[in-house]
Design a protein around this ligand. Sequence first.
Ligand SMILES: Cc1ncc(C[n+]2csc(CCOP(=O)(O)OP(=O)(O)O)c2C)c(N)n1
Ligand code: SF4
Length: 340
Amino acid sequence: MSTITPLPVLTPKDFASDQEIRWCPRCGDYSILAQVKKILPTLGVPREKFVFVSGIGCSSRFPYYLNTYGVHGIHGRAPAIATGLKLSRPDLQVWVITGDGDALSIGGNHLLHAIRRNVNLKILLFNNQIYGLTKGQYSPTSPQGQKTKSTPFGAVDRPLSPLSVAIGAGATFAARSVDVDIQHLTMVLERAAHHEGTAFVEVYQDCNVFNTGAFEYASDKATKNEHCIYLEQGKPLVFGKQGERGVRLNGKGLPEIVDVASIASDDLLFHDEQADDPSHAFRLAQMRWPLSPEPMGVFRAVSRPTFDGAVVQQVQDVEAKLGPGNLDELFAGAETWEVV
Ligand SMILES: Cc1ncc(C[n+]2csc(CCOP(=O)(O)OP(=O)(O)O)c2C)c(N)n1
Ligand code: SF4
C-alpha cells in the first residue's frame, strides 16, 4: 500500500529570504515582490521547484529576496538562461524578472525569441520607463520628450510598447497591471502562473527616485477608472467613474470613444482574450494614455504548443527510433576537423 505525503502548507513568509533588501524606500518593486510572495504558496508547486531568473537592474535583484532557487544572470539574457533551464528541467516552474532596459535594450533579441517560441516561462517586465540601477538614463519605454540624465533636452525617439512587442512576437499570454493595484496585480499574476507557454506580464512600476509619478494616472484610486479600461473576457470596453464611456470601432476599424448612453450596447467593442487572431489584442496594446484610455488586465490568453514540450517530445520520439545518443561519439565523429 502506498502512502501519499501531502505537501506542507506554505505561506508568503516561507518565500521570504534572509537577504537585506537594497531597493530605495517606497520603490514599486516592494509591492510586486509582496504580491508574488502571496501567490506562490497557492500554486501547488513545491518550493524547491521554483526558479527565478533575472538579468541586471534594480528589478533584477528580485531573486535574492525570494526563498526559492534563483539566478541573477547576465544583462538582457534572462530569457535565454531561463529557456535553457526549462529545456533541461521541464519539471521546474521558471519565472523571468526583467526591467524595461534589461528586456528591451540589450535584451530585446532574447525576449523576442522566448516569446516567439512559446517557452513555458512566466516573464514579468517591471516597466518604470527609466534605467534605475545606473541612476536615471532614458530607456526604450521612456516617453518622447522625457528629460533624463542621458536626454537632458528631452528624448527624441519614439518609445516601444512592451505589449505591442510581445503580441507582435506571438505572445500566447499578454497582460498588464500596476505595482500598487494589489487586487488587480494578484489576479494577473495568478492567471500568468497558470498559463501553459510564455506568460508575458508588463507591470507598471514606480521608480520614486528617478521617474516618480509616471503611472499615477493608473495607480491613483480616485481617478484611475477615468483613465483605464479594466478588461474582462466577453465584456464591453467601458471606463469612467460609472462606466459611462466606452469604446467602439469606427468605419476604419479604429477605436473611438463614445458615451455609452448614446449608442446600442451591442455596438461597443467587446473583449475577447481568446481570439485566435492577435489583431484585437494588438489594437488594445496600441491604446496608450494620454492619447486614449489605457487597457489593463489580460489582453490575450490562447493555447498553443510550447517549445519545451515539443523539444522533449522530439527527443523521446527520436530516442525510441534510434536509441539513446552518444555525445562522445558525436565529438569524435567524422564531421570534426583540427585547426592548425
Ligand atoms: C553589458 C552591460 N551593459 C550595461 C550595463 C549597465 N546597466 C546596468 S542595469 C542597466 C539598465 C537597467 O534598467 P532596467 O532594466 O530598466 O532596470 P531598473 O534598474 O530600472 O529596474 C544598465 C544599462 C551592464 N550592467 N552590463
Ligand atoms: S532607483 Fe528606482 S527602481 Fe531602483 S530601487 Fe530606487 S526607486 Fe527602485
